[in-house]
Design a protein. Sequence first.
Length: 300
Amino acid sequence: MTLVAGVDVGGTRVKSMLSDSDGAVVLSHTASTPDRPGDAIVDVIADTVATLLDLARAEGIDGALAAVGAVVPGLVDETSGTASWSANLGWRDLPLRELLQARFDVPVATGHDVRAGLLAEFHLGAAQGAPDALFVPLGTGIASALLAGGRVVAGSEWTGEIGHVTVVPDGPLCGCGRHGCLEAVASAAALGRAWRELGREGDAETLSLAVDDGDPEAIRIWHDAIDALVRVIGPVCAAAGTRLVLIGGGLALSGATLLDPLRDRLVHAIGHERITVTQAALGDRAGALGATLLAMEATA
């Protein structure tokens, strides 16, 4: 069997998988992301692939590694394979593809985690058949990826970095060092912090349940976050003519509590009804699936 490894480095977890040559997932693995690993993320990715292969052998999966795909958050120059900057994980100008290629004797592909996730959603998930879409995972951080004319837009290393658009001047401190970024106001991590600052226990999931229960403070925090999302997502959809918005990440699990008011306010902001807001289909597997697709492309 020919095996392809896909590794998705997230803010809190490293998701990885092995797929066969047809793209079928044969094994998955999840581990915690080290605290601000910096350049050592290369070691983390290489060790993750080694772990996948060890697990495969232990389960009697007989195959040879044919390619490795790794995707990371932050600013990524996909042409050069450079992980330019990550506010949350602590690297800058890291020649990721070059360093990983030195670790493996098979082709290596690197990319941006959210663009890889949208690639997977387009081929395997909720964006199948859609000519245009905006993918916005709401997790530890916030970024986005744009599908236009059936292609994921790569653009520059700053493409999709909506999480660091200022939405609340003098607002909460963001990991990038500035104040009031969308990520510091509307990410799952930010909502959990805002909830605990009220003296409540729990995280963003607890907050969403309190919204469903009618807690006025929870509703205020929740809808302030939705308003911030609309201020950023609305102009993107209007400029690109996007009709499908896919919400991923942990906050997407709140379902209609998030998606319905977000869609209603986007319709109001954009001025037309031709927009759909729905939950991404692939969950936390999207980035790793996208990484395997990039790896397969590298062998073509």
